[in-house]
Design a protein around this ligand. Structure first.
Ligand SMILES: C[S@@+](CC[C@H](N)C(=O)[O-])C[C@H]1O[C@@H](n2cnc3c(N)ncnc32)[C@H](O)[C@@H]1O
Length: 282
C-alpha cells in the first residue's frame, strides 16, 4: 500500500470513532512505524512510496481505534523539551502541566545557590526532570506512589533528580531531613472527584486510577500536598499545585485556611484556572 492511501485509511478509521486528532494521530503512528519524524513523513508523501510495514501500521490504527492512547502505542510523550517513556501504568503528561512546571522553574531560577525543589506525585517524572534539566544547578526530589510507574520513571531520570517511591501522606525520614530547607514544591496530584468519571475513553480506561481520583471532592491529595509543602519549604518558599478548572477558588481557600501567603490562581493557555501558587510566610 502507498503511504498516502495508508494515511487516508488511518484518518478515516480514527475519525469514525470520534477521535478529534484523527489525521495527526494517523501521521504520528506512521512516523513511529517508519522510525522518522512527522516532518520527514510529510516530505516522504511527495514521493508517496509503497510501505512494506503496512500490516504493522494497520494494526496500530486498529488499536488506536479502540481508544488506546497514542502515547501508549508509540511509547513516548513530549513535555516541554523532554521526550519521556510512557505506557500502561503511568500517567501521560499533559500540555497544561507545562505551564505549572514553568511557574516552578521561574521560582527556582531566582534562588542563586543550590536550589532544592520537591515534585510530589511525579508520575513519569515530567515536572521533576524539567526542573532539574532547565535549572541545572538545582537538586530535585521526586515522590511517586504507584509501583507500575517506576520502570518508566527510572528510564526517564536525568539531571540531579532523586526518586523516592512512597506515599506522600506517610511519614518518611527524607521528609524530616528536608524539613524547612526546600525552595520550591510543585505538584500535579490526582484531583478528579471519585464520582466524576472522565469522558475521554483514553483517560477513563488507560490512565491509572491512582493518578486520577482525589476522593469525594477531588481535593484529598491537594490537602496532603499543602501540609507536606508547609513542612518542607523554607520561610518564603514557593508552592504551586495543579487542579481541575472548577477548583481554583476551592484550592485558594484551602491554602488560605492552611496559613499560606500571596495566594494566586493561574490560568492555562485557554484561560481556564489550572493552578494555584502560594508563598510560605516568613
Ligand atoms: C495526575 S498524575 C500526575 C503525574 C505527573 N506529575 C504529571 O504531571 O504528569 C498524579 C500522580 O500522583 C501519584 N500519586 C497518587 N497518590 C499519591 C500519593 N499518595 N503519594 C505519591 N504519589 C501519588 C499517581 O500515581 C500519579 O502518578
Amino acid at each position: 500500500m502507498k503511504l498516502s492511501e495508508l494515511l487516508t485509511r488511518g484518518s478515516e478509521l480514527l475519525a469514525s470513532v470520534g477521535i478529534d486528532s484523527a489525521e495527526v494521530d494517523a501521521q504520528l503512528l506512521a512516523a513511529h512505524v517508519l522510525g522518522i519524524s512527522r516532518g520527514e513523513l510529510q516530505a516522504k508523501l511527495f514521493l508517496d512510496p509503497e510501505i512494506p510495514q503496512a500490516p504493522e501500521l494497520l494494526e496500530l490504527f486498529q488499536k488506536r481505534k479502540q481508544r488506546i492512547p497514542l502515547q501508549h502505542l508509540t511509547g513516548v510523550a513530549y513535555f516541554r523539551n523532554l521526550e519521556l517513556a510512557v505506557g500502561p501504568g503511568v500517567f501521560i503528561p499533559r500540555p497544561e502541566t507545562e505551564g505549572v512546571a514553568e511557574l516552578a522553574i521561574q521560582a527556582l531560577r531566582l534562588v542563586p545557590e543550590e536550589p532544592i525543589a520537591v515534585d510530589l506525585c511525579t508520575g513519569s517524572g515530567a515536572i521533576a526532570i524539567s526542573l532539574a534539566t532547565e535549572v541545572p544547578h538545582s537538586k530535585v526530589f521526586a515522590w511517586e506512589l504507584n509501583p507500575e510507574s517506576e520502570s518508566y520513571l527510572r528510564q526517564n531520570l536525568r539531571g540531579n533528580v532523586e526518586l523516592v517511591m512512597g506515599d506522600i501522606s506517610e511519614d518518611h525520614q527524607l521528609f524530616e531531613d528536608l524539613a524547612g530547607t526546600v525552595d520550591v514544591v510543585v505538584s500535579n496530584p490526582p484531583y478528579i472527584p471519585n464520582w466524576a468519571i472522565p469522558r475521554d475513553l483514553e483517560v477513563q480506561l488507560h490512565d491509572p486510577d491512582l493518578a486520577l481520583y482525589g476522593g469525594e471532592d477531588g481535593l484529598d491529595i491537594i490537602r496532603v500536598v499543602s501540609r507536606r509543602a508547609m513542612q518542607l519549604l523554607k520561610p518564603g518558599g514557593f508552592l504551586v499545585v495543579e487542579h481541575a478548572d472548577s477548583q481554583g477558588q476551592l484550592v485558594a481557600d484551602l491554602f488560605q485556611a492552611d496559613g499560606w501567603r500571596s495566594i494566586s490562581i493561574h490560568q492555562d493557555l485557554t484561560g481556564r484556572d489550572r493552578s494555584v501558587s502560594a508563598i510560605k510566610g516568613l
